[in-house]
Design a protein around this ligand. Structure first.
Ligand code: DAT
Ligand code: MG
Length: 142
């Protein structure tokens, strides 16, 4: 069994609309266990560093502004093929293109305000988890 950890964010648009429970329920019911979680408001520096790979893109500054506009909930998810599973349950970046029944198709407001984040590879999962959590804050199940 390929048990993995991935990093997930419930983004400002979803927290503002009280969708934390709804989103976690969808993740949990798809085999993704929450093994660490906290709510916080990102600083500008934290948001810029988290999305550093997109620095220079036209959407980068408005993305940073949006990510600091309200609190977020960050979590580590653990489960079989957790990285791909989380991306599948979220749906693709643009909610207009996301498959019906995905988090983004059902809840996202726009490409930018798209309700959830999930790591896209084992390397980004490791980097993103370490960006927010220490190993002893993670309560692994496996
Ligand atoms: P994802 O979040 O699906 O991994 P990404 O890594 O390509 O997508 O981009 C990070 C975030 O940046 C994305 O969730 C929303 C925002 N974004 C990406 N492309 C955008 C665009 N063309 N217009 C506005 N925001 C965009
Ligand atoms: Mg991405």
């Amino acid at each position: 069994k390929n048990v993995e950890r991935t990093f997930s964010i419930i983004k400002p648009d979803a927290v503002k609309r009280d969708l934390i429970g709804e989103i976690l329920k969808r993740l949990e019911s798809n085999g993704l266990s929450v093994v660490a979680s906290k709510m916080l408001r990102l600083t500008r520096e934290q948001a810029e560093g988290f999305y550093a790979e997109h620095k220079g893109r036209d959407f980068y500054e408005p993305l940073v502004e949006y990510m600091i506009s309200a609190p977020i909930v960050v979590q580590v998810l653990e489960g079989e093929n957790a990285i791909a599973k989380n991306r599948e349950v979220m749906g693709v970046t643009d909610p207009a293109k996301a498959a019906p029944g995905t988090i983004r198709a059902d809840f996202a407001l726009s490409v930018r305000e798209n309700s959830a984040h999930g790591s896209d590879s084992p390397e980004s999962a490791a980097r993103e988890i370490a960006y927010f959590f220490t190993e002893n804050e993670i309560c692994g199940r496996h």
